[in-house]
Design a protein around this ligand. Structure first.
Ligand code: SF4
Length: 467
């Protein structure tokens, strides 16, 4: 998610590049809402940022204020109607909104919508409807009244015709930062997006803070006290390695986890190879910590992501090879330590171990730079249900046998936390330890909750974008 307020700048292109830098956070759909001070225009479609926008589209989007979003669905189906930014006509104009996270009191909020705005199919659409329902108040006043009632994970960028707003939930679960441009301001899900548009990092948007940006500058207000619980999985997998969260560079923390993993779970091996690319920093750390040489034993096709072309049954059997291909010359006859960031369902690792053995690996020792994922996430990561999480049902030894590795080990939670340099009590670790920082009501769970309640048959996702 990205937002910019910068008169005189090409804000559509800045937003495009910001989204491009954040593409890893969502590959289902992309959109930009832009205002020239009089009117908001929203352009969005299914697909990657580079598939949705071209030079001509961006040139046609003229204004000084924009928000952009690339979606990975955690509430509602991955369909055009649910793409963001969402837009509602407010009684005093328009309102567009982009959301990173997942709310946990959506039914309660949906019940607050006026009759003519019922039928929202995502938590984001509910929020937009409520913010736009402000006949007698400014958007800012409406936000200050609404946000204390919203529960769950939300980093929000929203806008009316003249003003950019950014808000972050009191736990600050998803990252969100403010940057300064020569002629304005930008907000982004990750610092890497600020770097890429040439914005200077100013600070994190604080948990429980609402920021307003207009011709009067940046104003900050607090809508709730901060109770920080940043997502630990951002450090493991979600965030780019060149991003900094809570003062800690993500790459450095991943390398440090790898060093600790080598000390905690050594292996007799000839080479350390990463599962590219999210396993690479931890593999570098493992090699450093163990003294075993590092090598690239798998080649990744960077262009395989979520596409409109679904593999046929025949091609699907090639499975992982579309993404990763082993370098036989490196692997053959070697005892390998293979470092990956996480195991969710276990399917990837099973296919990977088989592929490495077929390429001639003498031994395959799998090392994972996070603890077993045993619990679902209700705050913006579309992990499987507990029943589908391999570590929710099997012991480490059973998982090892299931993926066919010679050995398997996970980093301890304490070691991972220490590598982030963030105090444990300021992190959400729920998918690893089952301790949820915001209690989740059973009745409010479910990705397709609103689609079911409004009578639409829930459309199942075509495929998962990320693990
Ligand atoms: S449950 Fe896991 S993935 Fe979800 S916010 Fe907490 S640490 Fe992050």
């Amino acid at each position: 998610m990205f937002g910019v307020w910068a008169p005189g700048e090409e804000v559509s292109k800045l937003t495009y590049f910001g989204l491009y830098a954040l593409q890893h956070r969502g590959q289902e759909s992309a959109g930009i809402a832009l205002s020239d001070g009089e009117r908001i225009v929203v352009y969005k479609d299914m697909g990657l940022v580079s598939q949705v926008f071209n030079e001509a589209t961006l040139d046609s989007l003229q204004g000084h204020l924009a928000i952009g979003h690339c979606r990975y669905s955690t509430t509602g189906s991955p369909v055009w109607e649910n793409a963001q930014p969402t837009f509602y006509t407010a009684r005093a104009g328009g309102l567009a909104l982009g959301h990173n996270g997942n709310l946990i009191n959506t039914p309660e909020l949906a019940a607050m919508l006026p009759d003519d705005r019922r039928g929202a199919t995502t938590d984001t659409e509910v929020l937009t409807g409520l913010l736009a329902d402000n006949p007698d108040r400014s958007t800012e006043e409406a936000a200050l009244e609404l946000l204390p009632k919203v529960q769950g994970a939300f980093s929000l960028a929203f806008m009316d015709e003249t003003t950019l707003y950014a808000a972050r939930d009191p736990q600050g679960i998803r990252p969100f930062v403010l940057g300064r441009l020569e002629n304005g301001w930008a907000v982004a899900s990750e610092t890497a997006a600020l770097d890429i548009v040439g914005a200077t990092y100013e600070r994190e948007i604080e948990p429980g803070e609402l920021i307003t940006v207009d011709e009067r500058g940046v104003r900050s207000q607090r809508f709730a006290p901060a109770a920080p619980k940043g997502c630990l999985f951002e450090y493991v997998y979600l965030a780019r390695p060149d991003t900094t969260i809570a003062g800690r560079n993500v790459n450095s923390s991943r390398v440090e986890v790898g060093r600790r993993l080598a000390k905690q779970h050594p292996a007799e091996a000839d080479l350390v190879i990463p599962v590219p690319e999210s396993g690479t920093p931890a593999a570098v750390g493992y090699a450093d910590g163990s003294g075993i040489p590092f090598a690239q034993g798998l080649v990744k096709n960077s262009y395989v992501g979520r596409t409109f072309i679904q593999p046929s049954q025949t091609l699907r059997q090639l499975g992982i090879r579309l993404k990763l291909n082993p370098l036989r010359e490196v692997i053959e006859g070697r005892r390998l330590v293979v470092v990956d960031d996480s195991i969710v369902r276990g399917n990837t690792q099973r296919a990977l171990v088989r592929m490495l053995r077929e390429a001639g690996a003498a031994e395959v020792h799998v090392r994972i730079s996070s603890p077993p994922v045993m619990w679902p996430c209700y705050y913006g990561v579309d992990f499987a249900t507990k029943a589908e999480l391999v570590a929710g049902n099997l012991s480490t030894e059973e998982i090892r046998a299931s993926i066919g590795a010679d050995s398997l080990a996970f980093i301890d939670l304490e070691e991972l936390v220490q590598a982030t340099e963030v105090p444990k009590e300021r992190l959400c670790r729920a998918c690893f330890d089952g301790v949820y920082p915001i209690e989740v009501d059973e009745a409010a769970r479910g990705k397709y909750l609103l689609e079911k309640s409004c009578g639409n048959a829930a459309e199942r996702p075509l495929a998962r974008g990320r693990r």
